[in-house]
Design a protein around this ligand. Structure first.
Ligand code: HEC
Ligand code: HEC
Length: 102
């Protein structure tokens, strides 16, 4: 039940922030992912709620992620945004690992 509550909370926060009156939508923000132990690759400890799930889209809106480059490296965040949109769910693992899903 606690997990379900957190998911609902997370999703409503995502809706609130994406509809907020701010002039620029920064999308989801978990800081610099390259600062975490596995880098872009997801691990259970940094992804407790979503771990083991193959389908990312119920929790992550592709329009609302990869909007800002927080890595401090010269990546093309617009290209990544578009790649995730066109490749869809099949593209995520190439950068984020398999998320513990079989
Ligand atoms: C059940 C909901 C849910 C699903 C499904 C889910 N996620 Fe997440 N994800 C979250 C939440 C919540 C966070 C915020 C960090 C946290 O509290 O775990 C997050 C954070 C992330 C982050 C940032 C991690 C970090 O280091 O801060 C990435 C990258 C990510 N998710 C990718 C994915 C990918 C790729 C998939 C599908 C393979 C996926 N997620 C499926 C809920 C989910
Ligand atoms: C080409 C590599 C690449 C692909 C493919 C990719 N991502 Fe990412 N993803 C990144 C990078 C790099 C970041 C860190 C962006 C930043 O600096 O905030 C990131 C960040 C994220 C975050 C954290 C929020 C954010 O915007 O920073 C989530 C959630 C996420 N990705 C989910 C996904 C999902 C779901 C897919 C598949 C549909 C996917 N990614 C495909 C490279 C990728």
């Amino acid at each position: 039940m606690k997990g379900l509550f957190l998911i609902i909370l997370f999703c409503s926060l995502a809706v609130v922030t994406s509809c907020g009156g701010s002039a620029f939508n920064e999308g989801e923000n978990f800081g610099n992912l390259l600062d975490t132990t596995g880098g872009l690759t997801l691990s259970q400890s940094e992804h407790e709620i979503g771990w083991g799930q193959a389908d990312c889209l119920p929790c992550h809106n592709l329009e609302n992620i990869h909007l800002v480059n927080r890595t401090g490296t010269a990546i093309d965040i617009v290209a990544i945004h578009n790649q995730a949109l066109s490749g869809g769910i099949a593209s995520c693992a190439s950068c984020h690992g398999n998320n513990g899903a079989p």
